[in-house]
Structure formats: structure tokens, C-alpha cells
Design a protein around this ligand. Structure first.
Ligand code: FAD
Length: 341
């Protein structure tokens, strides 16, 4: 690619500032927004520029103010009755107009279902690149470049991708990977309310109704304690034991991909490269060997306990505490010990 000037791209020197898309559902911004604000703050500080949260919705001023307390210097709050519920056309148009007008150099979006829909549409409209599902972001300060890293070729290598000639540099970021910004009640900033130009006819696909799944949501990314089961359980019924231990500890149930592929448990429980990335205070891995793709999703947990009958299982390399033994003996003993606490 050509590096110099604005050949094939835009005049990149006109672009400044880091933007975070503040995705909301029913008026509440998601946890991934706090993660993006934490990461965005670091990037903005390094580039000595402003961090802006972009919030689209209807009558959610309180949420706009909250984003300042989580580290944004400025919030652009686009308030419109057609933005209450997400639509690809409506959101892409409003953010596109804002980008054209204000020219941010970086735009971060959570790699949620909505983010994965919005990111590509937006980047195509703006004629810039998009690095999807990033797990790491770094800054080349001298060239004001974002180095966007994501797993490639099924996780067999990590690819660092640059966007040299186009702006903004856009990235969707995997939820649960970056550290959340902490709240500072005294933080002050600017909330700019804008009334976007948006008509019914701009939105081709209309949301008629939102039907919530009646299956309980496994909030793995939020859970402070996770007890995960692997192929060592030997079968679907083994998860009953995992559930019992999770319940005793006040945690939720996670799983390796081997158990999901065997249909012992639903995919929403899967931890790892093609599952969820988690960093709980306590992660208990039961009958899990510790394949690299599993570790990719849990190795940043604060305390890892592994139960495995093979003393050479790779999971012990990342474990803070290792118990070598049959999980069908160890877990009931643990549960009993917890009963006596
Ligand atoms: P195994 O590797 O079979 O390990 C079972 C373990 O249980 C062994 O260590 C054994 O010693 C122990 N054991 C057996 N019986 C007992 C007992 N009674 N008591 C105690 N221990 C016992 N995997 C994921 O988990 N998440 C992912 O997101 C993921 N993504 C992937 C993406 C790609 C592109 C690829 C190629 C693979 C991916 N995998 C993922 C699969 C991964 O490579 C492993 O195959 C998988 O993690 C193995 O699951 P496991 O540890 O449960 O099973």
C-alpha cells in the first residue's frame, strides 16, 4: 500500500479524536461500552487527543451523563424518536453524517450482534477499513496509527492490521477482553445533544416487535465466579455436578468446546477463542485439558483452579491452584467442605 499523502484515501491529518460507539439496549449502555471507554481513554491519552462517546437513542440523557463519569471527555448524544430501537439504516446514517462533519481518527465499536452489523455498514459508507473482533489494540504514536490485533486462520495466528490511508481507523472489539473503565462521580465533560436529520423513509427495515428469548441468559462475561466443565466429565449428566459446585460458590457454569460440540451443553456457555472471553475473580476448570483455544478465553482470570486427573495437563501451567485427581471424587469433597464452612 502507498503510505504517503492521501493517495487512495483521505487527508488523514484532518482527522482527530477517538470515538466509542455507546451501544444501548432499552436505554442502558452495555458493559462493553465501559470496556471501550477504558481502552479508548488510554489510546486518546497516548495520542493526546479527545475521547468522545457517541450515543444514539431517545430520551436517555442520564445515560449520556454517565458516559462522562466513565472517562469520556465529550458525549455526542443523538436524540431522536427513530433511534430508540437499533436499525442498521438509521444508526449508520446518523453516525456517517457525524463522521463526515467531525472527522474522528479512530472509531471503536463492541463486537456484539449490533456492533457486527453496524461496523461493516458504516465502514463501507465511509470508505474505510474495518478490523473485526479485535482482542488487542496498540498505538503507533509517531504515525498516529492504531495497531489492531485479532485472531486469524482459526486462531492459529494473531494478525495485526493497520489502516494507513483511510480514516477513521475502525475496529470492533470483542466484549470481555478489555478492562472496564472505573466510574469517577466527580468527572466533568461536555454532553452535546444533537437532533439528527432522520426520516421514516431513511430506514428500510423496520423493527415491528422485539421478542425476548425465554432461555435464561448466561452472563458469563459478567460473572465473578465461573465453574467450567470439559470432556473429562464423560457425558452430559456430569454438568449436574458442575452446576452444584457453581451454585455453592455463587457462580455460573462455563464449558469447553469439546462439551458443546458433543451437545452436552449449549454454546452460550462456551469459554474460549470461539466462545466467550472471561476474566472472573475465580475460574474453576474441571476435566479441561487446557488447549490454547480454551486458554485464550480464560487465562486472564484472577485466580484459576484446575481439577484434572492428568498431572501433565497443560491447564496446570496457567493454574494458581491445581488438584490432580478424579473430578468425581474431588468435586463432591469440595462441595462437602463448602457446606461445612
Ligand atoms: P480434552 O482436551 O479431551 O480434555 C479432557 C481433560 O479431562 C483431559 O485433560 C483429561 O486428563 C481430563 N479428565 C478426563 N477424565 C477426568 C476425570 N474423571 N477427572 C478429572 N479429569 C479428567 N476449545 C474451547 O474450549 N473453547 C474454544 O473457544 C475453542 N475454540 C477452538 C477454535 C478452533 C479454531 C479450534 C481448532 C479449536 C477450538 N477449541 C476450543 C478446541 C480445543 O482445541 C480443544 O479441543 C478443547 O478445548 C478440548 O476440550 P476439553 O479440554 O474439554 O477436552
Amino acid at each position: 500500500f502507498k503510505e504517503e499523502g492521501n493517495k487512495g484515501g483521505v487527508n488523514i491529518d484532518e482527522y482527530r479524536g477517538v470515538w466509542v460507539f455507546a451501544e444501548q439496549r432499552e436505554g442502558k449502555t452495555l458493559n462493553v461500552v465501559r470496556e471501550l471507554l477504558g481502552e479508548g481513554r488510554k489510546i486518546a491519552d497516548e495520542l493526546e487527543t479527545e475521547l468522545t462517546a457517541v450515543l444514539l437513542g431517545h430520551n436517555i440523557e442520564d445515560e449520556a451523563n454517565l458516559l462522562i463519569k466513565y472517562g469520556a471527555d465529550k458525549v455526542i448524544y443523538a436524540n431522536h424518536e427513530l433511534l430508540g430501537v437499533y436499525t442498521t439504516d438509521g444508526y449508520a446514517k446518523v453516525i456517517y453524517d457525524l463522521i463526515q462533519e467531525r472527522k474522528p481518527e479512530i472509531m471503536l465499536i463492541g463486537a456484539t450482534n449490533i456492533g457486527r452489523d453496524l461496523g461493516p455498514r458504516l465502514s463501507a459508507k465511509v470508505h474505510t477499513g474495518l478490523t473485526a473482533d479485535c482482542t488487542r489494540l496498540d498505538v503507533d504514536k509517531e504515525n498516529r496509527r492504531l495497531m489492531m490485533t485479532r485472531p486469524a486462520f482459526g486462531g492459529n495466528l494473531m494478525a495485526t492490521i493497520l489502516c494507513p490511508n483511510h480514516r477513521p481507523q475502525m475496529s470492533t472489539v470483542r466484549p470481555g477482553v478489555m478492562e472496564k473503565a472505573k466510574i469517577d462521580e466527580n468527572r466533568e465533560g461536555i454532553v452535546q445533544v444533537v437532533k439528527p436529520e432522520l426520516k421514516d423513509s431513511d430506514i428500510k427495515a423496520k423493527v415491528i416487535e422485539t421478542v425476548k428469548s425465554d432461555k435464561p441468559v448466561v452472563a458469563l462475561e459478567e460473572a465473578p465466579i465461573i465453574v467450567s466443565g470439559g470432556r473429562g466429565l464423560g457425558g452430559e449428566e456430569g454438568f449436574k455436578l458442575i452446576e452444584d459446585l457453581a451454585e455453592k460458590l455463587g457462580g455460573v457454569v462455563g464449558a469447553s468446546r469439546a462439551t458443546v460440540d458433543s451437545q452436552w451443553i449449549e454454546q452460550s456457555h462456551q469459554v474460549g477463542q470461539t466462545g466467550k472471553t472471561v476474566r472472573p475473580g475465580l475460574y474453576v476448570a474441571c476435566g479441561i485439558s487446557g488447549a490454547i483455544q480454551h486458554l485464550a478465553g480464560m487465562q486472564d482470570s484472577k485466580c484459576i483452579v484446575a481439577i484434572n486427573k492428568d498431572p501433565n495437563a497443560p491447564i496446570f501451567e496457567v493454574a494458581d491452584y491445581g488438584i490432580v485427581g478424579d473430578l468425581y471424587e474431588v468435586i463432591p469433597e469440595l462441595i462437602q467442605a463448602l457446606d461445612n464452612v
